[in-house]
Design a protein around this ligand. Sequence first.
Ligand code: SF4
Length: 427
Amino acid sequence: MRFLLINPPITDFACYDYFMKPLGLLYLTGILRERGHFVRLIDSMDRKFPDLAQMKEGSYGRGEFYSLYLEKPAPLRNIPRNYKLYGLPPDQLEELLIEENQNYDYIILTSGMTYWYQGLKETSQLLKKIYPDTPIILGGIYATLLPDHASKNISFDYLVRGGFKGLEKLIGIKIPSFSNWPAPDYSDYEEPGYAVVRSSRGCKNSCPFCGIKMIFPGFDFKEAVFLREKIRVFKDTRSIENIVFYDDDLLASPGFKDYLKDPVLGVKIHTPNGLDPEKLDPETGELFRRAGVIDPCVSADILSAAGEKSMQKHSQDLIERSISSLRSAGYRPGEYSTYIIGGLPNQDMNLLEHDVRFLHETGARVRIAEYSPVPGTSTASVLPKELMEEPLLHNNSLYPALKKADIIRFQNIKKIASTLNGRFNQK
Ligand code: SF4
């Protein structure tokens, strides 16, 4: 069979390539090719896409996306910020597909954050225009969380929720369990810059603001030998030196811990999703250092949560303990990070500022992850119905769950974090 796989462009106020790759599509490409099917993968967010203007490069293969100004959609009209389309513009995608003049049995379109649906909508309409008779299958996060909204706004024939199980039935191809998936297939990228992988799928925690259980409720992992072999292939055949683990609960993965004991030399490892402080012990810190883990990021998530005790995740003692595991392994202040969630409903800004200062004192760079409501979660259930019904308003850069009076205070706390982080650059 012949498949066209598409990752659409993003529409947002800001977007930067901090290790963004459509990992589900990359794994699916590997699975389908391994079974002998033809796959054409187009990632509209590939910064090195041929004929796309090249933008400023950052560190470790990251960098700026090509972008175009867009007229703001009605719900965002009063927001005094520029709104853009990031990635491959739809007219360039159209030219490319017409020039390639290929036929496909199925088009598989993925989706990301709920508030990015405008780019997805335009891409789906374009695909229907070029391939009116080819079934389009929509999957991904937005499709899983908001199937009814997708049905009203996106052009597709079938919708699959929460992974590959529904897809298997539709296309009639057996998809193995996660532990037997081949490596994500990067052969459609001329210069991937970095490779994103997973050693596990799912998370053993259940945070009230997170939608992971709706996307993948279980927990599954790959053996270290498999990870090692694939990472070696990335390094030797594609010269990829930055490997990014996208795991949601990385330290719960026995395969990852075993991999660290005998890592592929000469690659840098990145862990952008944060590390559970409960599982970061001195032995793990030592393995990180030896395996070349760059900027390990401890998940502080929510430290102080006055009035919302059920939300508090970790104690300061635990954070200090986990960071001392990094320090004793040789990480110096500024060489590791913590992330904390800011902008939650009813969050006390005094406590947030206090937590930011506490985290800085541990020697960590403090990343504030701005809260975006996830439909179907208990944290989002307290938010107004009209906000939850319009995904464009879920955008984290609008601070959707904060009261007006708290927004300026929150912006100041972000500036404080940035100033404190800047001190590490001066040392
Ligand atoms: S630890 Fe992270 S991935 Fe797991 S439930 Fe909490 S927020 Fe979600």
